[in-house]
Design a protein around this ligand. Sequence first.
Ligand code: HAM
Length: 416
Amino acid sequence: MKYKALYGTHDILPDDSFRWQHLEDQVRKVFSLYNYREIRVPIFEETELFARGIGQDTDIVQKEMYTFVDQGKRSITLRPEGTAGVVRAYLEHSLGEKSPLVKLFYLGSMFRQERPQKGRLREFHQFGIEAIGSADPSLDAEVIELAVRICDELKVDDFKLHLNSIGCPKCRSMHRDEFLNFMKNKLSSLCDDCKTRYLRNPLRMFDCKNEECIEQLKQAPVMVDFLCQNCQMHYAQVKKYLKELNIEYLEDKRLVRGLDYYTKTAFEIKSDILGGQNTLLGGGRYDLLVEELGGKNTPAIGFAAGMERFMLVLKMQKSLKCDEKKLNLFVATLGEEAKSFALKLIRDLRRKNVTCETDYLQRSLKAQMREANRQKAEKVLIIGEEEMKKGKAILRDMRSGEQTAIRLTEVGRVWA
Ligand code: HAM
């Protein structure tokens, strides 16, 4: 084989793509029930947008972005996530002026140069939402409830909602000193990345995957214990609403998320069946991002989910119940006259939404029947030379094997 899909990318083949369509349809249905409207933003943006939005010190910006210089010497990056681009579009098109709360959803490819493994790819697909314009904790509850609803709708078993609050810059400065003090004499056992994080962005250390660092951080002071009054109240309200909605959650004090734009509420839904890459979706508030990207002070919240991870879970649980659209009719022909009749017939039937196929490989009648069987056609219309002359054909029901003679002029009525 001369060419292969690049490491960390994958083809979604026809035997699988109908399952993806099913997943997408379900997700779109739920998003629209909650009044989110679709936005489609470009797959590449200027690098600066992601560097500023996601944060210079994150693994995504430091190590994982597909960045290149284009012919016009501009630095371009393939989107590693959806939020920054959506906020850019929100600002560019003044969507906030048309509506005080803008509720958007998206589906599409994202790109991160990570080490591929099960559930972790370099080109992967996300579906996600962004609700821009409200600081109300009841919106946090709606967004989280929507995430849970999608898992329910797709029949994911045993998922767990992890919840935390990572406060605002005010709380962070209170946490920072204690945290730095606590970690000071542990520095020598931390990885090089964490040594840099210690100086530049200490909260990022909670995101480290290195086992020694995780161990050292176990007793470290956590953000949620340093929340200012406003953030405390917000968090309490979110939890109250979730309880009222009967949504179970696990308070996860170490949950920080891998992107720097988050404030207050942070959450993830995990499924243990996935093993290492067990986070199905993640999100939270990002009340400062719109301003950071040049807009007015505008609170917002959202989440995104990994579609490959949903596919994996659903396949492992065998709970993806969907069938590919059936082939209603295969028209098997013998002779030129029958073939030309079949072409017109299937054109007309397709206009009546009957899914049809015929033979384009000049196969024998027997081979055409085999093909109809392979393609699981519901019915086969056999038009031989003799039948054609008499204006008749044979209609075979492939399930029962029953065959009936039918006038060619009557075939359309079968699906009327
Ligand atoms: P994220 O946590 O970076 O958040 O990604 C969201 C989800 O995308 C993850 O939970 C995971 O399911 C999936 N995902 C991430 N990286 C990969 C990968 N390399 N391979 C396969 N799946 C992956 C965000 O992207 C934020 N933009 C979410 C958000 C929206 N926050 C607010 N609004």
